[in-house]
Design a protein around this ligand. Structure first.
Ligand SMILES: [Mg+2]
Length: 89
């Protein structure tokens, strides 16, 4: 694995962890909570971290580390699984 691939994956891993943390804060304190006062809300922090992750997915694709068509097919398959196995769709 080359150094660019390694660093890109490492940053993606970090962003996944930041999304996890942002969701945890939403569960613990709610979407609208701000800490400290005047800081972005937990919803805004979640949106920021999801955007960071989305950027990393795009970069992984642009660098040829992953194939975006495969990601899109996986996303479509996930939606179908959620229709069957969850209540969210
Ligand atoms: Mg981030």
């Amino acid at each position: 694995m080359d150094n660019i691939t390694r660093e890109t994956l490492l940053i993606t891993q970090e962003e996944c962890a930041e999304v996890t943390q942002a969701i945890s804060k939403v569960f613990r304190f709610g979407m609208d909570a701000q800490y400290p006062a005047g800081a972005p809300t937990n919803k805004q922090r979640l949106e920021e971290e999801l955007g960071d992750l989305q950027a990393m997915i795009l970069i992984l694709s642009q660098k040829g580390i992953i194939n975006m068509k495969s990601v899109e097919l996986a996303a479509e398959a996930k939606v179908e699984k959620l229709k069957k196995w969850s209540n969210i769709l």
